[in-house]
Design a protein around this ligand. Structure first.
Ligand code: HEM
Length: 468
């Protein structure tokens, strides 16, 4: 175990190095790479990926570069973003079947949707959802109190909670009678799209059938039916009581007007985006919370800080700015997102040739930006594998380069839901830590697994003890 350290405030803490695969001494060759990618892409990275600014080559076909240099990343995601489009693999894995929603749309369709929906996810608007997030956290606390001393799969619990938050904030009244069918369908969706299909890696065109796609399609049809019913109910309610309908995200989406054209979104666009927000915001936030709870269960000093702050702030003052009054909970979350970024890799394809970090980038190159690698890069971070939320407090936070830390991406296609996710995670984490002590179940070893999102392999069984 590493020696105790101080954080600048004078308090002594024991550095904690959470579980992660050791980088390989050398890269895998193409034959071993494909099955390894299918098993767990995190275990494929080699030492050179964590020390060099740019690495050429990787996949068995096509020209691929991994970019770690912050200036080069800025060029791909911001300065020359129009030259780098979302590639087929990324669309297939991260937005399978989500139609022309914000995650997968391009060009004018994307621009219109983005500027229409951006105000719905502004900080001011997101603050209005804080009470619903806190209510969802309280509901979980009540449920857990009835199971005091039990071992629960915290990863599954967080998935349930984040779905609950989305239900409360998008539909107010929830999924109604279909709620119990929605959760298992969500699990099937993520299990199926989560496995990288070797046919996708080999770049085979979409018309070559993949068994996985058929399964995804039937689950999506089920979701679409439910969402169509909820939209129809909401429209009826808006006609019957124009001023009385709850101001949830669905009401706001139906009312939203594109500032460029003055038009409302079509029925299909609203449906695609409801589905997109659920799919993009559910597992990602659940994993961020699971990792944060796991890390705090191992780092006692930090758990105490988060608890003291939560004791002081929850229940006093306004709920709307609660997350802003919880800087220690937020720092723990930011550090969890550094060590275990839920979206561990982002990719783009170069439309025209370019130059990145002094390297020629031919057109058609697949450019990979991997927050998991970037956040542990030896040239960008000190003690990169150590859990140290003080990096995100005060002055130290302002020294972190914008393009060295990318849990939510950057540039025009940065995550539209980042303020929503961070507020939710902060409020929920503080509420749970305030009420419970948690330990990983004896005999279980926690391990990160990349399947669409970065999750704990085999769930996160933890023994829960109520402290109040
Ligand atoms: C911890 C939680 C989350 C993480 C780590 C996360 C991460 C990301 C990342 C990295 C991107 C950019 C992908 C790229 O550039 O290719 C993205 C885009 C996106 N995210 Fe999130 N996200 C989270 C939560 C949410 C939530 C709560 C919502 C909505 C309710 C959401 C909706 C979206 C959408 C719609 C996009 C596409 C934006 C566009 O292309 O204009 N995300 N997210």
């Amino acid at each position: 175990m590493a020696a105790p350290s101080t954080d600048g405030s004078g308090s002594i803490w024991q550095p904690y190095r959470p579980p992660a695969p050791l980088p390989r001494a050398r890269r895998l060759g193409p034959l071993r790479l494909i099955p390894a990618l299918k098993r767990n892409p995190l275990e494929c990275w080699a030492t050179e990926h964590f020390v060099r600014p740019l690495i050429v080559g990787g996949l068995p076909v096509g020209h691929v570069v991994l970019v770690n240099d912050p200036d080069a990343i800025r060029r791909v995601l911001l300065d020359n973003a129009s030259n780098y489009r979302k590639d087929r693999l990324q669309r297939r894995v991260l937005s399978a079947g989500l139609g022309e929603g914000l995650l997968s749309a391009e060009d004018d369709a994307w621009r219109n949707q983005r500027r229409t929906f951006a105000p719905l996810f502004s900080r001011r608007m997101v603050a209005q959802f804080a009470p619903a997030m806190l209510q969802a956290a309280y509901a979980l606390v009540e449920r857990w109190r009835c199971q005091d001393g039990a071992t629960l799969d915290v990863a599954a619990e967080m998935a349930r909670l984040t779905l609950d938050v989305l239900e409360r904030t998008i539909f107010s009244d929830g999924f109604g009678c279909k709620a119990e069918e929605v959760r298992p369908a969500m699990v099937t969706y993520f299990e199926t799209i989560g496995r990288i299909d070797p046919l996708d890696l080999l770049g085979l065109p979409t018309w070559v059938p993949r068994v996985s796609h058929l399964r995804v399609r039937s689950v999506l049809r089920f979701f679409e039916r439910i969402i169509d019913e909820l939209i129809a109910t909401k429209r009826r309610r808006l006609i019957e009581q124009p001023d009385g309908a709850p101001q949830d995200l669905l009401t706001l989406m139906l009312a939203a007007v594109d500032p460029g054209t003055g038009e409302h979104m079509s029925e299909a666009e609203v449906r695609s985006n409801v589905l997109t927000f659920i799919m993009a915001g559910h597992e990602t936030t659940a994993n961020l919370l699971s990792w944060s709870l796991f890390l705090l269960s191992e780092a006692h000093d930090w758990r105490q800080r988060v608890r003291a702050e939560a004791d002081r702030e929850i229940g006093s003052g306004s709920v709307h700015d609660l997350a802003e009054r919880l800087p220690h909970a937020r720092a723990a979350i930011d550090e969890a997102a550094r060590l275990y970024p839920p979206i561990a890799a982002i990719s783009r394809v170069a439309i025209e040739s370019d130059k990145l970090a002094g390297e020629a980038i031919p057109r058609g190159t697949l450019v990979v930006i991997a927050p998991y690698v970037l956040h542990r890069h030896r040239m960008l971070w000190s003690d990169p594998d150590v859990f140290d939320p003080t990096r995100f407090l005060g002055d130290r936070r302002s020294r972190i380069g914008r393009y060295s830390y990318l849990p939510f991406g950057a540039g025009p296609r940065t995550c539209i839901g980042s303020a929503f996710a961070l507020q939710e995670a902060t409020v929920v984490l503080a509420t749970i830590i305030r009420s419970f002590s948690m330990r990983v179940a004896p005999g279980h070893s926690v391990w990160p697994l990349l399947r669409v999102t970065l999750r704990p392999a085999g769930g996160l069984p933890m023994k829960i003890k109520s402290d109040r």
